[in-house]
Design a protein around this ligand. Sequence first.
Ligand code: AMP
Ligand code: ZN
Length: 480
Amino acid sequence: MTQIQLYNTLTRTKEKFAPIDADNVRMYVCGPTVYDYAHIGNARPVIVFDVLYRLLRHVYGTEHVVYVRNITDVDDKINARAVKEHPKMELNAAIREVTERTASQYRKDMLSLGNLDPTIEPRATDNIAEMIVMIETLIEKDHAYIAGGEVLFDVNSMADYGKLSNRNLDEMLAGARVEVEAHKKSPGDFVLWKLSDENQPAWKSPWGRGRPGWHIECSAMSQRYIGKHFDIHGGGIDLVFPHHENELAQSRCAHGTSHMANVWMHNGFLQIEGEKMSKSLGNFYTVADLLETKKFGARAWPGEVLRLAMLMTNHREPIDFTKKRLEEAEKNLTRWKSAMLKLGLSFSEKNREEYQALGPCSKLLAHLANDLNMSGVVAELHRHAGGDKEHNARRLFGSMQLLGMVTFDGMQAFEEAQNAGPSHDNSDQIEVKIAARLAHLNSKEWGEADAIRDELTAMGIKLKDGKDEVGNRVTNWEVE
Ligand code: AMP
Ligand code: ZN
């Protein structure tokens, strides 16, 4: 069996992965707070943990892996959005409208990026009773107390609070800029339950009508669906503190366990063209913007290109998301897909079952199992694409299929488009590219001109440069 190794934030080392129960491998990843479109940064943990989910399924068997990704549908940002969008609607109805719409947009966006649905996608609002039970337990065990209309977790009641983020309380407080509030025993104490007024969603509880804090949601949902102690907990690096530190504290203290999850994994952050993505800088892009509009790089981008662009970097490193990166991803995809056809694969119905059963090559699998070493994976895909046997093409398809980079249907469409030759649309696009390349040649911008020629070569277009009667550069083209 392939030995997976994963970098664990908790121990700060890469460790051999040993599931608690190999017949029931369990992973929890913090999902979206549903009040607005997901931005491209939010897509990174989804893609990274989708690849891990696919790897786990490959190694342990599809039916032996459970992946839970929650939907946070109770949050003060949601209330604010609901009131703003639907000022005349009854609050609960307005909240439901915003959360339902946002959650279905999220699902659509994530599917467009080639991600599988998680096994279970629980909603916080369906798990309020579980949260209340957990808070009661924490109060009983003296890990929580009631003060100022809130139930608070007492961080000093847990000896190794801070171990995950590796900070002592003073450092954490400085980092989180927690306001000193008079009713707290310690400024680091965080909210488990807070009272609601008539303009806030509310559930009955032993402490009055109120709503849960954010962290308790994930502790309650993970326990309900995958137990008190599970294998992997994931999210973006910004969640280490306070969210994961607090989840871990709640779960361990409520259950009296030494671990919540054995492995804690965190993806690095994504920037846009060298800058932190933010609305105020005007460089904020939703997944839907990139898929459907021309806001970024003056064109729309296919989901598979966005996915590969994300996967060309190892998951813990930061990503600089640039137009150049997307172009490179597109070029790689075209190269790999063309290679499969050139090396003799044909995506006709009679081959469907056989091809869909193809798996990855062992070298690629070894890179993937090595803490999702994507640079090794990408090199291996290039190696197969450069091969000269049908065997290489089979490995290439089997590997890309495992990674969610291609599907049989996608390849079928690609093959049909290749056989049909450049369509009218396509030939317009080609003429535009050739004109742009000529302009670069005339300005002696050789690098830019070469990049366009490479792009066209990848599309199967061969260029012939020449001069007309008066000595101007002209370029003719044909399909290879
Ligand atoms: P949020 O809705 O802010 O809780 O984010 C949802 C998920 O997206 C979390 O796992 C975050 O860590 C992750 N995330 C948010 N922004 C970025 C970013 N710029 N790059 C990578 N991951 C991000
Ligand atoms: Zn969470």
